[in-house]
Write a protein that binds this ligand. Sequence first.
Ligand code: ZN
Length: 89
Amino acid sequence: MIKVLKDGYNGRMPETCCPSCFTILDAVTSLDGKNAPKTGDYTICIACANLMRFDENMQLVSASLMDIPVEHRLNFAQGVQAVKTMRGL
Ligand SMILES: [Zn+2]
């Protein structure tokens, strides 16, 4: 069952793939739990922990931690580590 959030966003996105591991991705979870991703947003691959950004076509491109605004870097670093731990990477 797909959870529908307050603004109607259900976490689904058009299929795209991780540029690192090529896993097909079709869903995303927002840190605030209510907003769909938009161009320039960052995310983490649930399969390989690759840090990525949505480009102008809402495709995923690899990103560096240094690309992320400083006030969010620690959250993303912790997110990458959490996925690596969960996946045994
Ligand atoms: Zn990946």
